[in-house]
Design a protein around this ligand. Structure first.
Ligand SMILES: C[S@@+](CC[C@H](N)C(=O)[O-])C[C@H]1O[C@@H](n2cnc3c(N)ncnc32)[C@H](O)[C@@H]1O
Ligand code: SF4
Length: 408
């Protein structure tokens, strides 16, 4: 060990939530609000105060931010000036590792060349676009603005100005989607050479709207499952590697957020309403209401709505689950971090998953076996839940009605 190692600060991640969208999609399950200029500036000011509040804490000062994610909503619903202001403030108050990975989400239409260049100049080096599909009719049925040509132009613009990593979200199980149209969307992603693709199984929250708008039905559940397997095999054949179950990246393009934060049990500072994170052995999430969030900040408080201290047993289970969700759990590294071999802690759970062909245990690691294991990633990780946290199985397919808790 060299002197540098002794004095090196421990790594830490951050998550910043921007709960605004310029156009609300009727099918979206996330907490988001129509962009309102009378709120956004007060919001940005509150976010900066929350950043300063964390940055003043000794625990945070013992760490260096090494990875971060700005999600939404649509972060780029903020103006270029507001985004630059936030990034500049972060750099001023936190110790940030030079060149750290900072990802930002956007829709393809909310990212102009000027905004993307400003983000790039202020440290954002990964942009994730919610593409959903490259089929015009599917975009229209989903209520998304724009068309495939505009989306392709946005991706090419980001590539031209030199954004190092471009992720796109694609959805399967959409109204009227077929295996042929799904193939076409995947082929377009490969032809464009995006760095990574994340899959979302479409959850039809707005069946009433579907009926009223006379949309074609969503594909049957078996086809939705098949679409995932097809996509996993297609992208693998085209040089992409699976990670997190539902994400595929070109070699060397795997995002650090998630890969590193999960496997290394890195603390994450959550900032903004609904943001979740964990510091020390506490897991918590922030007040969801924007106004209550702003009030809490202006009163000098952290805007925490709910949290829980994680017991030593839960911490081990959590580490195994997060390792699984990043596809591979290294046994030696796990012992270094947690002082125990997970394979000896959970022999029955692992044997059961191996028998189902979902994981593979070797002397080095436990690996999720794809593509089946990638698809069932959430269910696999749930095998390690303690009794207290066991609830519903992973939702599969387009019908989520069995999982909706009805109001009493
Ligand atoms: C926060 S949004 C991504 C950024 C941006 N707001 C956008 O929509 O382009 C995250 C992703 O959630 C997914 N999503 C939205 N509605 C969904 C639904 N009803 N079911 C499953 N996934 C959904 C989409 O793939 C979307 O890109
Ligand atoms: S733009 Fe994205 S976050 Fe906003 S409503 Fe649409 S899917 Fe949801």
């Amino acid at each position: 060990m060299c002197e540098e190692d002794v004095f090196r600060k421990a790594p830490m991640g951050f998550y910043v939530h921007i709960p605004f969208c310029n156009r609300l999609c009727f099918s979206c399950p996330y907490i988001k609000h129509q962009t309102d200029k009378s709120v956004t500036q007060r919001y940005v000011d509150a976010l900066k105060k929350e950043m300063s509040n964390y940055a003043a804490r000794p625990y945070v000062q013992e760490h260096q931010l090494t990875v971060g994610y700005i999600g939404g909503g649509t972060p780029t619903a903020l103006s270029t000036d507001q985004l630059v202001d936030l990034l500049t403030h972060m750099k001023a108050v936190f110790d940030m590792k030079p060149g750290l990975e900072i990802s930002t989400e956007s829709t393809p239409l909310d990212i102009s060349e000027q905004k993307a260049s400003a983000l790039l100049a202020h440290g954002v080096n990964r942009i994730s676009l919610g593409v959903q599909t490259f089929i015009d009719q599917e975009l229209e049925d989903l209520g998304r603005a724009g068309n495939a040509a505009m989306i392709i132009d946005a991706i090419k613009m980001l590539q031209r100005i030199g954004v190092p990593r471009i992720n796109i979200d694609l959805m399967h199980g959409l109204n009227g989607q077929t295996m042929e149209s799904w193939h076409q969307s995947l082929q377009t992603a490969v032809d464009l050479g995006v760095s990574s693709v994340s899959f979302y199984t479409y959850m039809e929250f707005a069946q009433i709207s579907t009926k009223r708008r006379k949309l074609p039905p969503v594909p049957p559940r078996e086809m939705v499952d098949e679409m995932f397997i097809y996509a996993a095999e297609f992208l693998t054949r085209n040089g992409y590697e699976g990670y997190f179950g539902d994400c595929f990246a070109l070699p060397g393009q795997r995002p650090a957020y998630g890969s590193v934060t999960w496997t290394e049990e890195m603390p994450i500072i959550p900032m903004g309403p609904t943001a979740t994170g964990h510091l020390k052995d506490y897991w918590y999430f922030n007040e969801p209401s924007i106004e209550l969030y702003i009030d809490a900040i202006n009163e000098g408080r952290l805007p925490i709505a709910m949290g829980k201290q994680i017991t030593a047993d839960e911490a081990l289970r959590r580490a195994v689950m997060l390792g699984i969700k990043s596809s591979r759990l290294d046994r030696k590294r796990f012992v270094e971090l947690h002082g125990v071999d997970f394979a000896q802690l959970f022999p029955a759970e692992i044997a059961d998953l191996e028998a189902k062909g979902l994981v593979r245990l070797t002397d080095e690691a436990m690996e999720v076996v794809g593509p089946k294991g990638w698809y069932y990633m959430d269910n696999i990780s749930k095998a390690f839940y303690s009794q207290e946290y066991r609830r519903y199985p992973q939702h599969l397919g387009a019908n989520i009605s069995p999982f909706i808790i009805k109001a009493a």
